[in-house]
Design a protein around this ligand. Structure first.
Ligand code: 5AD
Ligand code: SF4
Length: 475
C-alpha cells in the first residue's frame, strides 16, 4: 500500500526532472484481461483531467476493454476526480454511493478512484476505512502504472492503494484515445510551484515540470497528419513553461512560436498566471494568425490586500496594466476571460467592491466565479474566516450580474459580423444545428449541413445570447 503524503507532496527539491520514455508497459498477464468487458470513466474537473481520462481510456483499451457510456453496464468503473473545491468532493462521494448499490447486485464489478482526490491523504484514509469494497486507487503521477496496479489487485483481491507523492517526472509514451478528431489537448507541463494559498493543485499535481519542446512539437505534427484542426496547450500555469529547464533557455513564447509554425490551424493555451505573462508572449500571439485571440487570465480578486493574502504576487494595479497591454496589442476583438473567487477568508465589503470595480473595468468576455472553498492542508484553510455563507452567496450573485452583463455586451457586438467558426458537432440544443467556437472561444450554433463538421467556416452572426451566438453560414 502506497498512501499519499502531503508533506512529501509539498517538497520542492533541486533534483533534476527526468524524462522517462520506457515506463509504460502492459504486463503479459493483463494484456487480454479486458476481453469482452466494458469500462466506464467519469471525469470531474479541468481539461487536464479530461486529457488524463483520454490516456486512461487508451491504457484500458490496450488491455482489450471496450468503452461504455452507461455506468450500470460497466465491468470496471473509474472515477477521475477533482479536488479543487468541496462540491467536487461531494459529487464523487455521491457517485460512490450509487456505485456501491450497483456493486451489491454485481459483485464482479471493479471500481477505482483516480485523479486529484486520490492524491489527498484524508480522502484515501476515508476510502480505506469506509470504502473497503472498492478495488483500487491510483493517482495523477502514476497513470502509466494502471496495468501493473490492476495486475496487483487481481493477485491480492484486496483494495490496492498505489499513490505517489514524489515531485514527479515527465513520462512520455502514454497512449491517448482522444474524444475528438478535430481538436486535441496537448500537455506541455505538469504540476505547479506557485502555491497560491487557497489552492490544492501544487499538492495534488506535484512540482512544475515541462515536457521537452521536441516531444510537444512532434505530438502536434502527428495531430496535424491525422487531420486535427486545433490544439490546446495544457498546463496549470503555462506561462512558466520552460523555467525548470536547466540546460536551455526556452520559454513559453518560444514554444508558442514553434507550435504556431507547425501550421496547425488553431493554437490555444490554458491556464495563464499573470505573473509570467511577458511582453514577448503578447507579441507572438499578435504576430501569428493561428494563435487564437483568446486569453484566460485569472485575476482571483480585485483587492490588492486579498491578492497578497492569496499569494498571487501581483496587485490590482499591475494586473490592470497587463490587462490593458494585452487589449491594446491584440485589439478590441480579442477575448479575455478570468477566474474570480469571492469570500476568501477575511474579505471585507470594501475588498469585494474592489473586485466588482475591477470586473466593471475589465468587461470580461466571460468568467468562472467561485465561492472560496477551504482545502485541507493549504495555508488559507487555517486563516480566520468571518464572512457568512449567506453573505458569500450574495457576493457571488452580485458579481455574476456584472459578469453576465458584459458577456452579453461582448456577444451583442458580434451581431451582423462575419466570424470564423470551427464547427465541431451537432448542437446539443437543436439537432438541425451544428455547434462550434470562434477563435475567441465564443460558442456559435449554426444551421448547417453535417458535411461542415470539422471545417472552419465563415458564419454571419444573427443573434446574441449571454453564453452563445446563433448564426448562418456566409459563403
Ligand atoms: N476555492 C474556490 N475556488 C478555487 N479555485 C482554486 N482553488 C479554489 C478554492 N480553494 C479556483 C481559482 C482557479 C480555478 C481553477 O479554481 O479561481 O483559477
Ligand atoms: Fe493553483 Fe493556479 Fe495558483 Fe498554481 S497558479 S497554485 S494551479 S491557482
Amino acid at each position: 500500500m502506497l498512501k499519499p503524503n502531503f508533506k512529501e507532496a509539498k517538497k520542492r527539491t533541486k533534483e533534476d526532472i527526468k524524462v522517462l520514455r520506457e515506463e509504460y508497459v502492459v504486463p503479459e498477464s493483463v494484456k487480454e484481461i479486458g476481453k469482452g468487458k466494458k469500462y466506464f470513466i467519469k471525469t470531474y474537473g479541468c481539461q487536464m483531467n479530461e486529457h488524463d481520462s483520454e490516456m486512461i481510456s487508451a491504457i484500458l483499451e490496450d488491455m482489450k476493454y471496450t468503452k461504455t457510456d452507461t455506468y450500470e453496464d460497466a465491468d470496471l468503473i473509474i472515477l477521475n476526480t477533482c479536488a479543487i473545491r468541496e462540491n467536487a468532493h461531494n459529487k464523487t462521494f455521491g457517485m460512490l454511493g450509487r456505485i456501491k448499490h450497483l456493486k451489491q447486485t454485481k459483485p464482479e464489478l471493479m471500481v477505482a478512484l483516480a485523479g486529484c482526490m486520490s492524491q489527498e491523504e484524508s480522502v484515501v484514509d476515508e476510502i480505506i476505512s469506509k470504502y473497503k469494497w472498492m478495488d483500487f486507487v491510483f493517482g495523477t503521477h502514476n497513470i502509466h502504472k494502471l496495468p501493473e496496479i490492476l495486475e496487483e489487485h487481481l493477485n491480492t483481491k484486496k483494495l490496492e492503494v498505489n499513490v505517489w507523492s514524489n515531485e514527479g517526472n515527465v513520462i512520455e509514451g502514454i497512449p491517448a484515445k482522444r474524444d475528438s478528431s478535430i481538436k486535441a489537448w496537448v500537455n506541455i507541463m505538469y504540476g505547479c510551484d506557485k502555491f497560491c494559498t487557497y489552492c490544492i493543485v501544487p499538492y495534488t499535481r506535484g512540482k512544475q515540470r515541462s515536457r521537452m519542446p521536441e516531444d510537444i512539437i512532434s505530438e502536434v505534427k502527428d495531430l496535424i497528419s491525422k487531420g486535427y484542426k486545433e490544439v490546446t496547450l495544457l498546463g496549470q500555469n503555462v506561462n512558466a513553461y520552460g523555467k525548470d529547464f536547466k540546460n536551455k533557455d526556452y520559454k513559453m513564447e518560444n514554444l508558442l512560436e514553434d507550435v504556431a509554425k507547425t501550421g496547425i490551424e488553431r493554437v490555444r493555451f490554458v491556464t495563464s498566471h499573470p505573473w509570467d505573462f511577458t511582453d514577448n508572449m503578447i507579441d507572438i500571439i499578435a504576430k501569428y494568425d493561428n494563435i487564437c485571440n483568446y486569453i484566460h487570465l485569472p485575476v482571483q480578486s480585485g483587492s490588492s490586500r486579498i491578492l497578497k493574502l492569496m499569494g498571487r504576487r501581483y496587485t490590482k494595479e499591475s494586473y490592470l496594466e497587463l490587462y490593458k497591454k494585452i487589449r491594446n496589442k491584440l485589439g478590441e476583438n480579442a477575448s479575455i476571460t478570468t477566474d474570480i473567487i469571492v469570500g476568501f477568508p477575511g474579505e471585507t465589503k470594501e475588498d469585494f467592491s474592489d473586485t466588482l470595480a475591477l470586473a466593471e473595468e475589465c468587461k470580461y468576455d466571460s468568467a468562472f466565479t467561485f465561492i472560496y472553498s477551504p482545502r485541507q492542508g493549504t495555508p488559507a484553510a487555517s486563516m480566520e474566516d468571518n464572512v457568512s455563507l449567506d453573505e458569500k452567496n450574495e457576493r457571488l450573485y452580485k458579481l455574476n450580474d456584472v459578469i453576465n452583463k458584459y458577456a452579453k455586451e461582448a456577444n451583442d457586438k458580434l451581431v451582423g459580423k462575419v466570424v470564423k467558426v470551427l464547427l465541431e458537432s451537432v448542437s446539443e440544443k437543436d439537432s438541425s444545428m451544428l455547434a462550434g467556437y470562434t477563435d475567441t472561444m465564443k460558442l456559435v450554433n449554426v444551421k448547417a449541413d453535417k458535411k461542415y463538421i470539422g471545417k472552419i467556416v465563415n458564419v454571419k452572426i444573427l443573434e446574441a445570447k449571454t453564453w452563445s451566438l446563433d448564426g448562418e453560414i456566409d459563403e
